[in-house]
Ligand binder design. Sequence first.
Ligand SMILES: Cc1cc2nc3c(=O)[nH]c(=O)nc-3n(C[C@H](O)[C@H](O)[C@H](O)COP(=O)(O)OP(=O)(O)OC[C@H]3O[C@@H](n4cnc5c(N)ncnc54)[C@H](O)[C@@H]3O)c2cc1C
Length: 496
Amino acid sequence: MTRAKNRRQVDVLIVGSGFAGLGAAIRLVKDGRPDFVVIERGSEVGGTWRDNTYPGAACDVPSHLYSYSFALNPNWSRSFSPQPEIQQYLRDTATRYGVLDKHVFNTELTQAEWNATEQRWHVNTTTGNYSARVFVPAVGALCEPQLPDIKGIETFEGELFHTARWDHSALLEGKRVALIGTGASAIQVGPQIAKQVAHLDVYQRTAPWIMPRHDRTYSKVESLAYKHIPGLQRVAREAIYWGRESYVLGFSGVQPKLLVGAQQMAKRNIGKAIKDKKLRDAVTPDWQIGCKRILISNDWYPMLASENVDLVTDGIKEIRPNAIVTKDGTVREVDAIVVATGFHVTDSPTFERIIGAEGRSLGQVWDENGQAAYKGTAVAGFPNMLLLVGPNTGLGHSSMIYMIESHINYLSSALKTLDADGIATFEVTPDAQREYNEKLQAQMDSTIWTNGGCASWYLDKHGNNTTLWPSYTFRFRQLTRRFDIAAFTTTKETVR
Ligand SMILES: Cc1cc2nc3c(=O)[nH]c(=O)nc-3n(C[C@H](O)[C@H](O)[C@H](O)COP(=O)(O)OP(=O)(O)OC[C@H]3O[C@@H](n4cnc5c(N)ncnc54)[C@H](O)[C@@H]3O)c2cc1C
């Protein structure tokens, strides 16, 4: 083990510089805490928005809400901004708040281990080792691409890549291309590539519910108004926020009729674009709207109805060097395969590298019991660690940035409490964690995500929904407003 003196000593070590890690870095600077570092395996800030460069990538929560509350941007070009614009926003925000020199890029966390003797985290990375008082993994839930486990996939001789690792050197023009998956990324990228390729086969396991995308460009006048009329952009943001919060009435089972109306609208969306009954039936989900993420698109159904696109619903049996074979025995030749099969949400490899007080990794603990944390941030057995966007903090209806900022509030409050009370270590009690999660799961039971009749990535291998927050986001904001020390066991600093 590397001894403490060979490690760079920092007060706080953040892993990851997506919206969460970057936002935390900015808060620490604002709080007057310069003693921290952000390690990031990528070559710049951005996380999701640095990595997802596929054609058509954009947010699906309006940009006025999908942005930091402390860095509103009057210059968004449209309601749902495209990836390059969001990535530029994150770069600009990092520069504006002066946190880039706190980052160590091209640096991957290889191991983080709690050292009980020193009461610090020993963090090893590909470019150097650290010792930190507080460890903040902000490694993202949708960060590790998941490749499908299909027989023969390794034998494929053409281009094959995941949407989150788009191969810009691959030329798809005029080729026969397969798109595997019909989730949020697939429905953005599909219509873009269908325009260029000779033929596109779309492999669908489960049809998603898709609503119209109310997207439009903002005029110069609007941008000027947002820039110069005090409070206007905040009002627009609030209106979007409360509109989105109202969806919870439907998802949480309080007003199920809201979902009935939404499902009818989604059905009409299908009917308008697809005349062929067989295709219409194939794209109509057999589960209740809301159970999986509701997608938005105006061009997915027209694309499926177009001449050069086939929807394939027979499961894939195997992949051969130049073809995909479905379970009914049909062989479809392809030159390239685009995989849009989501992410390792609850089983990120990084969790295996985080070793707690009992010598077990976060991955092991969560693999056995399902992932769980107190308020999505603190985990029993992992002292002085606060995750950003941990278990049950994901959303099916609104902006993740709101949840991220709630967690950042909690982190900021925790650090203030540690200093004020001279606390050396803090660890959430197993009882506090259990009680919190029992309540949360009881609330989850009445939601559409648990009883809507679908299998989704929201559910882990134990069948539990450990990814989503089951209520209004303002409730989460209230819960995380202050670090509640009563839920933690603490030890005091001996030397101050
Ligand atoms: C295509 C796409 C579209 C999305 N659209 C929306 C949307 O419209 N609205 C919404 O609310 N949410 C959306 N999301 C969810 C989105 O992931 C979150 O909104 C948000 O960007 C997550 O930020 P994060 O910082 O938590 O994670 P990420 O952005 O994933 O950042 C995690 C960072 O950690 C780094 N990292 C991970 N492991 C290591 C390691 N071992 N060592 C060093 N660094 C590491 C990664 O490189 C990455 O930079 C979308 C996700 C995707 C994939």
